[in-house]
Design a protein around this ligand. Structure first.
Ligand code: GLY
Length: 379
């Protein structure tokens, strides 16, 4: 990755680049649904589904869970549910949490294997137990007891990506979860050799998949979908669901199932959630911080940017170290004002598009909007 330059002016411009447009657009009359963008229009489809359910009179929790189920069940989104990138053993482990505003309850599951829709299991933990969170083997047993079907969640595409990562480890300068050097890419020769081997094993693998596999091998992604909804009565719910950090140590749990970290909702104030590097979010208790910022009067945009500044502060605002981190917050206030905010304007210098999120308001098409951001990546 090339070193990025940065100016304070860029940061200020970045954070405030869109205010005239965004302020007008970011205040919506309920019902409103906000989510992360996700690939293959996942966020847009998620918000549209959630809106459809609310308009038909469904509860806000029914709405957000049905919305994210689309992405959990879509094998093309390799950061969530079925088809998610696996842990270092090649096993997909899923995390999810949900919160229901009117009843002020929440539920979560962590490191759940073999179940395609962990958000539904998190909901049942909330509704049918006196617990808040189940993990690992216990979570799977609970899900099976509750009638969920076990499936193999590893698709062939994700298996190809996992094998590419395994082979990339042969380079001592390559990524490993057990030591430093996360961002030390193996040499071009090594890359060519690994991808040649993978192509021999999987002749049908497209060049696009191989390129993505290599990128994900050296920069393990976090992905995730977060969705927050507000209905006409002012009721709110939220959910976050993910396959977590690719190639993680088995049992690693990120921010998504941590209530207060990857998700928080206070029926009196609003909701917030996160996608991206969960470890850094947990160090600022991000979703809770965003909602508390809104309680103290900050607009959703400023509430999210403040949480991102706390992440930056944990690195003494060292942009070279921060360059390895992608983190996004999403916030929806009880009056319908909303925002998406990113640490960086783009996930990488080569990213085709800037940071975005999805939103659907009653009476309008579900769509993507640009997120505000703290820092700007430059070549
Ligand atoms: N934000 C998802 C994770 O870090 O697991």
């Amino acid at each position: 990755m090339k070193i990025m330059t940065f100016t304070r002016r860029a940061a200020i411009l970045g954070a405030a680049a869109l205010p005239m447009v965004r302020r007008a657009a970011a205040q919506a009359r309920p019902p409103v649904v906000v989510s992360s963008a996700n690939r293959n229009n996942g966020g847009v489809n998620c918000c549209a589904k959630a809106m459809e359910i609310m308009k038909a009179g469904g509860d806000t929790l029914d709405a957000v869970i049905a919305g994210v189920n689309i992405v959990e069940l879509d094998p093309r989104d390799n950061s969530v549910g079925y088809g998610g990138l696996p842990n270092e053993d090649g096993v997909v482990e899923l995390d999810s949490s949900c919160m229901h505003g009117p009843s002020r309850r929440g539920g979560a599951v962590g490191a759940l294997r073999n179940i395609k829709t962990p958000s539904k299991v998190a909901r049942i933990v909330m509704e049918q137990t006196d617990h808040m969170m189940l993990v690992g083997e216990g979570a799977l047993r609970f899900a099976k007891d509750m009638g969920f079907q076990e499936d193999n969640l590893l698709t062939e595409e994700s298996r190809i990506q996992w094998l590419t990562w395994k082979k990339s480890l042969r380079d001592p300068a390559g990524h490993t979860n057990w030591g430093p050097g996360l961002d030390a890419p193996p040499s071009e020769q090594r890359k060519a050799a690994v991808l040649r081997e993978i192509k021999e094993m999987f002749p049908q693998a497209s060049d696009e998949l191989l390129a993505e596999a290599w990128e994900n091998a050296i920069h393990p992604p976090h992905g995730t979908i977060n969705c927050i909804a507000l209905n006409e009565k002012g009721e709110m719910s939220a959910v976050t669901t993910t396959s977590g950090l690719a190639w993680k140590i088995p049992g690693r749990v990120g921010d998504s199932p941590i209530i207060g970290g990857g998700l928080w909702l206070d029926q009196d104030v609003g909701g917030a959630g996160s996608t991206g590097r969960g470890e850094e979010n947990l160090r600022v208790c991000g979703a809770h911080t965003v909602v508390e910022n809104m309680r103290r009067g900050m607009a959703p945009k400023d509430a999210c940017l403040d949480a991102l500044k706390r992440v930056s502060r944990n690195f003494n605002d060292d942009l070279k170290r921060l360059a390895a981190i992608d983190l996004n917050f999403y916030a929806l206030r009880k009056d319908g004002e909303y925002a998406g905010a990113a640490l960086w304007n783009k996930a990488s210098v080569n990213a085709a598009r800037g940071a975005q999120f999805a939103v659907c308001e009653g009476g309008r098409e579900s769509r993507q909007e640009n997120s505000v951001y703290l820092y700007e990546r430059k070549i």
